[in-house]
Design a protein around this ligand. Structure first.
Ligand code: GRF
Length: 201
C-alpha cells in the first residue's frame, strides 16, 4: 500500500510509521511526508529516511478552503492508498475530508469520545480521570470523530503533570499507530486494544 503522512511538527509518529514500513513490518511504502509548516523538524527527519517531502505553508493561502484544495492536489499527485495524519494540527474542511473518507486516519491523544480537541492531557487532569490514552480513528467531517480502529490506555498518576501524561501517552502512540496501519495494509479492519505502563496489579 502507498502511504502518505501529514505532519506539523516533530513527526515522531511519522518516524515510527516509516521505520516499520522500511523494516517490512508494515506492508506499505511511505510515498510522501507533507507538512503545513515548512519549518517542521519532521520534514528533515523524513528526508533523512529518504522519504519524499513537501511543505505546503498554510499561511500562504487566503483561506482554509484554498489550503485544503492545494493539499488535495498534492495528495492526489502522490496517489496514496492511505493517508495518516500524525501530529497534523490543521482542521480540515468537510469538503476535503469527504474526498478522502475511508482512506484517512488520525491519531488523537485521548480515549475518544472523551476529550476531543486540543490540550487533551490538561482536559484529562482537570477531569480527574484515572485512565487516559490515545485513539487511532478514521477521519470524517466531524472533528476527532469517525470509526475507532484502535486505542491504547495508560494510568494517570496523582501528581502527573501535563508533560508526564503526554510522554506516557506518546510512548503508546508509537506502538498503536504502527499496529493499526499494519492491519489496514494487510487488508484487515483493526480493532486494537492496547495497554501500557500500568503498575503491577
Ligand atoms: C503529540 O502531542 C501527539 O500526542 C499528537 O501530536 C503531537 C505531535 O506528535 N499525536 P508527533 O511527534 O509530531 O508525531
Amino acid at each position: 500500500k502507498r502511504v502518505a503522512i501529514l505532519i506539523s511538527g516533530g513527526g515522531s509518529n511519522m518516524v515510527r510509521l516509516v521505520e516499520e514500513m522500511q523494516a517490512g513490518r508494515i506492508d506499505g511504502a511511505p510515498v510522501l511526508v507533507l507538512s503545513n509548516r515548512p519549518q517542521a523538524a519532521g520534514l528533515q527527519r523524513a528526508a533523512a529516511l529518504n522519504v519524499p517531502t513537501q511543505a505546503l505553508d498554510h499561511k500562504s493561502f487566503p483561506d482554509r478552503a484554498a489550503f485544503d484544495a492545494a493539499l488535495h492536489d498534492a495528495l492526489t499527485a502522490a496517489q496514496p492508498d492511505i493517508v495518516c495524519l500524525a501530529g497534523f494540527m490543521r482542521i480540515l474542511t468537510p469538503e476535503f475530508t469527504a474526498k478522502w473518507e475511508g482512506k484517512m486516519l488520525n491519531i488523537h491523544p485521548s480515549l475518544l469520545p472523551l476529550f476531543r480537541g486540543l490540550h487533551t492531557h490538561r482536559q484529562a487532569l482537570e477531569a480527574g480521570v484515572t485512565v487516559h490514552g490515545c485513539t487511532v480513528h478514521g477521519v470524517t467531517a466531524a472533528l476527532d470523530d469517525g470509526p475507532i480502529h484502535g486505542q491504547a490506555v495508560v494510568p494517570v498518576h496523582p501528581n502527573d503533570t501535563e508533560a508526564d501524561l503526554a510522554a506516557r501517552v506518546l510512548v503508546e502512540e508509537h506502538k498503536l499507530y504502527p499496529a493499526v496501519l499494519a492491519a489496514l495494509c494487510a487488508g484487515r479492519t483493526p480493532h486494537i486494544a492496547q495497554s501500557g505502563a500500568f503498575p503491577e496489579a
